[in-house]
Design a protein around this ligand. Structure first.
Ligand SMILES: C[S@@+](CC[C@H](N)C(=O)[O-])C[C@H]1O[C@@H](n2cnc3c(N)ncnc32)[C@H](O)[C@@H]1O
Length: 286
């Protein structure tokens, strides 16, 4: 595995994310606590735990080059950086608090549910987990940016026609395929057209597996063109972090599925084994 320093720069440049974690860590960590930071990257959350008064901080990172960088960055601190997968590392002393920012592009894909479940199972005295809960929900929206992104893709596809090759021969199949993928973009222009429709609600440390398979029933009306998939992470009593389109933008941007024709039933499934989503528009005759 290689270090994606640009990705870590994006994450560290996401001031909303860092401020939220710093505040929550300050609320949950008590002076002298033993804290574990799983997936420390370059080490910002481990450093926050130290700033909050932790007596012992272990920072775990399975990409060796990142762990080496974190070791240098945190060289003058009391943080102990350990290279490896969190599941394989025995912690002494037992952690009082676990911190982990392993929230994937949509939510569960970086294994936050499995990581926190494993820690709580092995260290039942764990008092706090940051974040402690993560919800996923769907919401139908109307957004001009969805149409602009779709137009850009189809303009390129159609323009590529040459000789016997003509993507324009399969408009229906291409449109369906386009609408069965999750995109990440800035949908801050989106207007909500439905309530929040629950997909998953994980109590971190307690929920064992993130899999779900849900059919989202949406209005048959024509006033929406996409379904956003939103995470909401409860970091502490007072701190929530979300990629909802109406909240200040984060590096996660906004995840969405474009509407296919006038369909209004969407199957969204998450398979933990493949860390993948399956998206399927359901309609009679399609
Ligand atoms: C989203 S990044 C966050 C990095 C850092 N905590 C931050 O907030 O900037 C998640 C990091 O967790 C690491 N990671 C994911 N699962 C892990 C596991 N089970 N054990 C150790 N490291 C893990 C990845 O390699 C990645 O560097």
């Amino acid at each position: 595995m290689t270090v994606q320093l640009d990705h870590h720069a994006d994450m560290l440049g996401d001031a909303k994310r860092l401020a939220a974690f710093r505040k929550a860590i300050g609320e949950v960590v008590r002076p002298g606590d033993a804290v574990v930071d799983v997936g420390t990257g370059l080490g910002p959350l481990a450093a926050s735990a130290l700033d909050a008064g932790a007596g012992h901080v272990t920072a775990i990172e399975y990409i060796p080059q990142l762990a080496a960088l974190a070791t240098e960055i945190l060289a003058d601190t009391a943080v102990r950086v350990v290279v490896g997968r969190s599941y394989d590392i025995d912690l002494t002393p037992s952690p009082d608090v676990a911190v982990t920012e392993t929230i994937g592009p949509v939510g569960p894909e970086e294994n936050i549910v499995e990581i926190t479940y494993d820690l709580k199972r092995r260290y039942p005295t764990l008092r706090g987990i940051v974040p402690r809960r993560m919800r996923l929900y769907a919401q139908a929206v109307l957004s001009e940016r969805v149409e602009a992104a779709r137009d850009a893709v189809f303009t390129k596809l159609i323009a590529s026609a040459s000789g016997h090759f003509d993507p324009g021969n399969a408009p229906h199949a291409l449109a369906r395929s386009y609408c069965e993928q999750i995109y990440q973009d800035d949908l801050s222009d989106a207007q909500a057209q439905t309530e929040r429709l629950d997909l998953a609600d994980y109590t971190l440390g307690i929920s064992e597996a993130p899999d779900f398979d849900t059919v989202v029933e949406l209005p048959a009306t024509a006033d929406w063109n996409a379904v956003t998939i939103v995470f909401e992470a409860q970091l502490s009593d007072s701190v929530t972090l979300t990629n909802h389109f109406s909240a200040p933008q984060t590096h996660w941007l906004n995840s969405y599925v474009a509407r296919f024709a006038d369909t209004h039933r969407l199957r969204i499934a998450y398979d933990a084994a493949g860390t993948s989503f399956e998206i399927r528009w359901l309609e009679e005759g399609l």
